[in-house]
Design a protein around this ligand. Structure first.
Ligand code: PEP
Ligand code: MG
Length: 801
């Protein structure tokens, strides 16, 4: 290895520079000697001391000498004269800058570069600074357009300060460890390609937080190099954020997704062992197709995750395209194996190969391989991902609705998601189930080691990792305050919610099962404002018969003891597919055939639902609600089908049957007056209305802050609905905004007279109604509608008064 000597007038300066370089190479054994100062404090340089330092730094590969200025250079030249001939031939006096040059030289030497390359790196040490300051970098050789057809990848740099010296040094070290020529460029700025082996050249790329960096390689280990760098970028180049000097402060801030305080050890989502059934293969063509289908579905999931978390999942995606792996899987299938065992065996082989490598970073790739292998097997076998073992705060990248539904609230004190959004269906489920949750906390959440104490407040989005005793005590105090308020609210939950100025606002519950309806009744719900009937239709192989549907709604009605229930017709499509009536693939299913559009195209399905509703409505008050309505025509059509169901059942229209639509499409909100003659009520689905109004997909964690129902644009749509509804038609809100206590004055101020929320939120929302004075609320609303964005509205609501 090439040795380095630092010649300076100041010993303190030289030592500090060596300290900085040591940070860059993280313990790599680069010999660095100091010949600086006459003693610890006196400035000066000494040729003899330099010869001794050179001799000590030389391991046979030569020495690069870095100097500060003036007599330091003269002393180094004199020292060169004093050296024995053979050693002198191995020494390079480098004109590069002392500090920057030393850092670049140390990284290059640690990576095994020869002395001329080390000296050239040091010499180019100012390139990064020049580039940063906009001074042209004149001495950079043209490196062309990269490495042609070699393997390539694009990573997103997660590090808060971008690819600064330390993470760049990790990149150089790793790139140099392969028998490959690796180049990188900043895709964001369209920079030229530079060698990944050069710290000084990487510094010219100006890679900032969130920038995408392209990586290309050629040579025998090109693929391993690219994969290794993708994995390294996914780990934020192994840079740990410095511990906060303020231990009481939040370690992370996510989005409040389900209220409540959770304290407990971190528990990562772990996979229960998957049993691969010993079933005969159905033939190579079918088994290959199974692999292809599973690959497509896992790829889609990973791409969604990547959209929110950047390059963490790049390495996983790369594996799905790994030609070597797929060839083995397919040849096993051709030899008679079924898809699951073929996939399991091939991935076990690849994971084993990574496991056997000495390099710790490549070794860690085995975990990536196993994660993808597991995900694929679950897709192949239709087994949902397993949940956490042990009690505590569950940490995961994201949860599917199925996973959220499977959590055991006794063991899962709270949920912390790196991705996710408060209006995603998994977050709705967590709220319904009373599991405190913070979502969208960023990829750092995934780095929290299993067992680390974690505390979160699902009402504020605050997350504390390894909190101090004082912080914990404060949080427990807050939890006690919340519990006291909850108790007070629970004490009068079944009383009506009446505003200070005497207006009754019905507070109902959104449910997706009879058990939730029972919970709603326990929490004092005045009605069921939304039954998401999908629960009866999803995850099965055929649609339920009319009798089964009727029984399900009767069970819910019974739980409510005769209070009104609102049955929404099937709302599938979008993010809720039906297995037995597969929808054609759509470019954008949220803008596709979903909700009422879907059921009108499957009239048999809709007719059965209407019949079940009519039968139940004979005995209890039922509101029938159509989702995702865009035009009056659709309502007229659906009402005609309802008339047919009534006629089929006989006995005329049930007295307690009301008909309404969900207002989820901005156009429908603006046309509320046109719908009013055809309905008894309008129920605003703010989850979808917000996503369509702001063009921000509700489940996309990258847009979670944007997709806020308090955006004045959304509030104006709600205002339009209230204005268009007129006196006779009730306006309800059943989207998640109704369960946001802060939003209650605005919604009621705009004219909303029914709120339907998660069962557990009923008591608190009733309290919020009781605290509202409608005249004040109306004035507040006028101000809110003039605000520029949701953040400003939230600030207004949090403000004095
Ligand atoms: C909504 O869109 O606000 C709504 C209540 O419907 P869902 O969340 O089921 O789409
Ligand atoms: Mg909706």
């Amino acid at each position: 290895m090439v040795g380095l000597v630092v010649v300076s007038h100041s010993r303190a300066l030289a030592r500090a520079a060596v300290g900085l370089a040591a940070e860059m190479i993280r313990g790599a054994a680069v010999p660095i000697e100091v010949a600086a100062g006459l003693d610890d404090t006196a400035f000066g340089t000494d040729a003899v001391a330099i010869t001794e330092a050179v001799a000590a730094a030389d391991r046979g590969d030569g020495v690069v000498v870095l100097m500060d200025l003036g007599s330091a250079v003269l002393s180094a030249e004199l020292a060169l004269e004093l050296l024995a001939d053979d050693l002198r031939d191995r020494v390079v006096l480098c004109p590069g800058p002392l500090v920057e040059g030393l850092l670049a030289a140390a990284v290059a030497a640690a990576g095994g570069a020869g002395r001329d390359e080390v000296a050239a790196e040091a010499d180019a040490g100012l390139a990064g600074k020049r580039s940063q300051l906009g001074v042209p970098v004149t001495d950079a050789p043209d490196t062309g357009g990269g490495n042609g057809d070699g393997p390539s990848a694009t990573v997103t740099v997660l590090n808060r300060h971008g690819l600064h010296a330390r993470p760049a040094a990790r990149l150089v070290t790793l790139a140099r460890s392969f028998d490959a020529e690796v180049r990188v460029r900043n895709a964001e700025t369209g920079s030229p390609w530079v060698p990944a082996s050069s710290l000084s050249r990487i510094a010219t790329l100006g890679v900032l937080h969130g920038h995408r960096m392209q990586v290309r390689a050629s040579g025998p280990q090109a693929r391993a190099a690219v994969e290794g760098i993708v994995a390294l970028a996914g780990r934020a180049f192994d840079e740990t954020e410095p511990a906060s000097a303020e231990p009481e402060g939040p370690a992370a801030q996510g989005r409040a997704a389900s209220p409540g305080i959770a304290i407990g050890p971190a528990r990562h989502l772990s996979s229960a062992p998957l049993d691969i059934p010993d079933l005969p293969a159905r033939g190579p063509a079918q088994e290959r197709q199974r692999i292809d289908d599973a690959l497509a579905s896992v790829r889609q999931d990973l791409e969604k995750l990547r959209a929110g978390a950047g390059s963490i999942f790049d390495a996983h995606l790369l594996l799905l395209d790994d030609a070597d792996l797929l060839t083995e899987v397919r040849s096993r299938i051709d030899a008679g194996e079924a898809a699951p065992p073929a996939w399991a065996a091939a991935t076990a082989r690849v994971a084993g190969e990574f496991e056997a490598l000495a390099d710790p970073y490549l070794k860690a790739r085995a975990a990536d391989v196993r994660a993808v292998a597991d995900q694929m097997l679950r897709a192949l076998l239709g087994v949902p991902a397993a949940v956490t073992r042990g009690s505590g705060v569950l940490i995961a990248a994201d949860l599917t609705p199925a996973e959220a539904a499977a959590l055991d609230p006794v063991r899962v004190a709270g949920v912390l998601l790196a991705l996710g959004s408060p209006t995603a269906h998994s977050a709705i489920l967590l709220r319904t189930r009373g599991i405190p949750a913070v979502v969208g906390a960023g990829p750092a959440a995934l780095e929290v080691a299993d067992g680390t104490p974690v505390a979160l407040d699902g009402g504020t989005g605050e997350v504390l990792v390894a909190p101090s005793e004082a912080a914990l005590a404060a949080l427990r105090e807050r939890a006690r305050g919340q519990a006291a308020r909850r108790e007070q609210a629970a004490g009068r939950a079944s009383a009506p919610a009446v505003t200070r100025d005497g207006v009754r606002v019905a507070v109902g519950a959104n449910v997706g099962s009879a058990a939730e309806a029972r919970a709603a009744a326990e929490h004092g719900a005045d009605l069921i404002g939304l039954i998401r009937t999908e629960f009866l239709f999803l995850d099965r192989d055929a649609a339920p018969e009319v009798e089964e549907q009727e029984a399900a709604w009767r069970e819910i009605a019974q739980a409510l003891g005769g209070r009104r229930i609102t049955v929404r017709t099937l709302d599938v499509g979008g993010d809720k597919p039906l297995r037995y009536l597969p929808a054609p693939v759509e470019q954008n299913p949220f803008l596709g055939v979903r909700g009422l559009r879907y059921t009108l195209r499957h009239p048999g399905l809709l007719a059965d639902q209407l019949l079940a509703v009519v039968r139940v409505a004979r005995d209890v008050p039922v509101s029938l609600m159509f989702p995702m309505v865009s035009t009056v025509d659709e309502v007229v059509h659906a009402r005609r089908m309802l008339d047919e169901a009534v006629a089929r059942e006989g006995g005329g229209e049930p007295a307690g049957l009301q008909v309404g639509i969900m207002v989820e499409v901005p156009a429908a909100a603006l046309k509320a007056a046109a719908f009013a003659p055809y309905v008894d009520f309008l129920s605003i689905g703010t989850n979808d209305l917000t996503q369509y109004a702001l063009a921000a997909e509700r489940g996309n964690p990258a847009l979670a802050a944007l997709a806020d129902g308090l955006d004045p644009g959304v509030l104006r749509l709600i205002e339009a609905v209230c204005r268009g509804a007129g006196e006779r038609v009730t306006v309800a809100v059943c989207g998640e905004l109704a369960g946001d206590e802060a939003a209650v004055p605005l919604l009621t101020g705009l004219g909303v007279r029914e709120l339907s929320v998660a069962p557990r939120s009923v008591p608190a929302i009733k309290e919020a109604v009781r605290a509202t004075d409608l005249a004040t609320a109306a004035a507040l609303t006028r101000v809110a509608l003039e605000m520029p964005d949701a953040a400003a509205v939230r600030a207004l609501l949090d403000g004095p008064g």
